[in-house]
Design a protein around this ligand. Structure first.
Ligand code: CA
Length: 418
């Protein structure tokens, strides 16, 4: 890709380069939540730009930028949102653009704004698409046969809870629930003692699909708008006691956190890479050709209260066994429909290597191995006051597209119940 520079000073290290231009919902002291586009340290106020006439060549209503979520903007379709991003890119690179003269009326500093949930999420599905993660977790329970027989034939998933998906920065109470200590024949009630994070990405659905009509693997890209960072908080002790026979329920329904900026699929095009070889060959409806994975570097850090953070995970989305086209095709092959704003999360992303585990269950080998953090602190699972920070970016030939971060702090269990 040819390098382009903006007249607006944007640090080479910024996640929000001219090539990124992600969409989010922000507010300022003087205004209601509305659509913004991140550029460097600024947010472009799309309503202000519209009112100054910058989108007059497009047949869109101002209302689409004044909404409290991105759903209506996304519903305009991929062509419209592509055009909006291209126009902004053009204004930011053209020294003589009228936009430059108006910049002070359109740009808001990010540190003077508050971010909001960017989406109304109707449904959320969590896949289990990392072979490294599925194998490592499987080994803890079934050392001789870690991957279930179905795993290489279809993208495994469960339907998660959309109502408790929360924005980065929202603290969560340690969940309460039933667990069964290994030495006891009976379960006990109380706060989880095995609270974990799961480092994931979540794809944002950008187009409604028709009930009863499968989306093919090759059509899938029309149905995906963008990607956010995703932390699927998990209570492992609750999970262990409840998960058979129907899978995770209360161990994962209390919170999942997302990053505020939705990175568009258009911004990620440059970072496409080959998918891992799939053996045995997948069934016809799951076959894909071309570059379907994305080279996105991801990390997770733990910051205990009053201490410095320690990076505990360094992984990459390019290792995922199942890609988004296959996930979409499998999700809809039955006729199940997708709606704008739905999230399709990847599942925990792990890779080989010393910090390759995307969650603590895997990093500590089921709680058997202590993790040494900075400041002489040890962890097996998360403790009250710990903050987990997940970050991600793609970079190639000096072009960087970052995701920002998703963070969340653990509070003690709800006081009414302990
Ligand atoms: Ca998960």
């Amino acid at each position: 890709m040819q390098h382009r520079a903006s007249w607006l000073p944007v640090s080479a290290q910024s996640d929000f380069s001219l090539y990124n231009l992600p969409f989010g919902i922000f507010s300022t002291k003087s205004g209601a939540p509305r659509v913004g586009v991140a550029i460097g340290e600024w947010i472009m106020d799309m309503t202000a730009a519209y009112e100054l006439g910058f989108f007059k060549t497009l047949e869109i209503e101002a209302a689409v930028f004044k909404k409290e979520t991105l759903n209506d903007l996304i519903s305009l379709g991929r062509t419209e949102t592509q055009t909006i991003r291209s126009m902004i890119q053009q204004w930011l690179t053209d020294e003589n653009s009228p936009f430059r003269q108006m910049a002070s009326r359109v740009l808001v500093r990010q540190d003077a704004a508050r971010m909001h949930m960017p989406l109304k999420i109707g449904n959320y599905t969590d896949f289990y698409s990392s072979e490294e993660h599925a194998t490592a977790v499987g080994k803890l329970y079934r050392p001789e046969n870690p991957l279930m027989p179905n795993w290489k034939h279809m993208p495994i998933a469960y339907h998660g809870r959309a109502s408790s998906i929360i924005l980065s920065g929202t603290a969560i109470h340690r969940p309460l629930g039933q667990t069964k200590p290994g030495t006891s024949n009976y379960p006990v009630f109380g706060p989880t003692k095995a609270l974990d994070f799961e480092l994931e990405l979540a794809y944002v659905v950008g187009k409604n699909s028709e009930l009863g009509k499968p989306v093919t693997a090759s059509e899938a890209e029309e149905y995906i708008f963008g990607v956010v960072l995703f932390n699927d908080w998990s209570a492992r002790d609750i999970q262990r006691w409840e998960y058979q026979p129907l899978g995770p329920f209360a161990s994962k329904n209390f919170a999942s956190s997302i990053s505020p900026w939705v990175i568009t699929m258009d911004a990620l095009e440059t970072f496409r890479v080959e998918s891992p070889l799939q053996v045995p060959e997948v069934m016809c409806y799951l076959r894909t050709t071309g570059l379907k994975n994305f080279d996105i570097r991801l990390s997770a850090a733990i910051q205990p209260k009053g201490h410095v953070e320690t990076v505990v995970t360094e992984t990459n989305a390019k290792h995922l066994y199942w890609n988004i086209n296959q996930q979409t095709a499998h999700h809809t092959i039955t006729g199940c429909n997708l709606n704008v704003g739905d999230l399709l999360a990847t599942g925990t992303i792990s890779m080989p290597g010393p910090k390759g585990a995307g969650c603590l269950l895997e990093a500590t080998q089921g709680g058997k191995q202590v993790l040494n953090l900075n400041d002489g602190i040890n962890r097996i699972f998360l403790e009250d006051g710990d903050e987990v920070i997940i970050r991600g970016f793609a970079e190639r030939d000096g072009i960087k597209v970052g995701f920002g971060e998703v963070r969340g702090e653990i509070l003690s269990a709800h006081p009414d119940f302990i």
